[in-house]
Design a protein around this ligand. Structure first.
Ligand SMILES: O=c1[nH]c(=O)c2[nH]c(=O)[nH]c2[nH]1
Length: 296
């Protein structure tokens, strides 16, 4: 057998589910997270020599997440909480060189009951989530955050025509179509130093990016998903100087007119009102847009 070596490794605990209730008198907050911790460092012997002496047990990592959640005052700020977790592993274990912490924040929206925000009851109003990935090493910290799984649809204000036609093309030109996508966006922060991390209003930036994404989707007279994606990204980078780049992944969730001509019913052009939503296949339009100064 040819010689082999351990090219890379990361290990840790995944899918650690955690909820924290913060009580201010009768006013309660609920924060529900799913956390992943992955460590890189001097772990080679555990793979190549079955030497476990350097392994921080993934069970201990799980305990650490709950302990830090108890002690932290920033759990609702997932970028800061992930940084606290990463810092813990790097400062506690000299043989850990890099900690990658990923957190998903699940949505709990306060109920509006009898016209008033309820102090301790919440509901899930959509499956979209805020997530983050923080890489903490002795060299510094990188933070990327995201908005995932935001399902949107518009019934007009979208066209797709003028595309390349050849012998394989059957798609008719569309001058007015339904546009629907499930937005996945990931943005990278420009972090100058550790002290700046706590000053960045991560949650406000998340809400603003969500709003810019929705506003652009709703108001852009779309020539294609590509053109709408680019405009979303441009609008985000224009508003948020702390962000270096943003990547969108936008599936084009097709809604095609159902063929009712067979039954003597008009269902095309201005008469189109019955559509078939297709879950598969979908187009997939992806792009990363960055500031010119950060171009390599
Ligand atoms: O906005 C679109 N972009 C495409 O690249 C494409 N391709 C396609 O079949 N429909 C669409 N729509």
């Amino acid at each position: 057998m040819s010689e082999v070596y351990l090219k890379e490794q990361e290990y840790g605990k995944d899918r650690v589910r955690l909820a924290k209730v913060v009580k201010t008198g009768k006013w309660h907050e609920i924060i529900e997270l799913t956390v992943r911790v992955l460590l890189d460092g001097e772990f080679e012997d555990s793979y190549t020599k079955a030497d476990n002496s350097m392994i921080v047990a993934t069970d201990s990592m799980k305990n650490t997440i709950y302990i830090l959640a108890k002690q932290s005052s920033c759990v609702e700020n997932i970028e800061v909480f992930a940084t606290e977790i990463g810092k813990h592993f790097i400062t506690t274990y000299s043989h850990v060189h890099k900690a990658t912490i990923s957190i998903i924040k699940h949505k709990w929206t306060r109920m509006l009951i009898d016209g008033k925000l309820h102090d301790h009851s919440f509901h899930r109003d959509g499956e979209d989530v805020h997530d983050t990935k923080v890489v903490f090493s002795r060299k510094g910290v990188t933070i990327e955050s995201g908005l995932k799984n935001l399902l949107v649809l518009k019934t007009t204000g979208s066209a797709f025509y003028g595309f390349l036609r050849d012998k394989y093309t059957t798609l008719p030109e569309a001058y007015d179509r339904i546009l629907s996508t499930n937005v996945d966006a990931t943005w990278t922060f420009n972090i100058q130093n550790m002290a700046s991390v706590e000053k960045i209003p991560f949650n406000d930036i998340f809400e603003s990016i969500k709003q810019i994404t929705l506003h652009t989707f709703a108001t852009h007279n779309s020539a294609s998903v590509q053109a709408t994606l680019y405009l979303m990204a441009k609008n985000v980078l224009k508003k948020h100087s702390q962000i270096d780049s943003i990547r969108y992944e936008l599936p084009n969730k097709h809604y095609f007119n159902y063929d009712l001509e067979r039954f003597g019913l008009k269902n095309t052009g201005k008469d189109a009102d019955i559509f078939v939503p297709f879950s598969d296949p979908a187009g997939l339009i992806t792009a990363t847009v960055a500031r010119v100064k950060s171009r390599l």
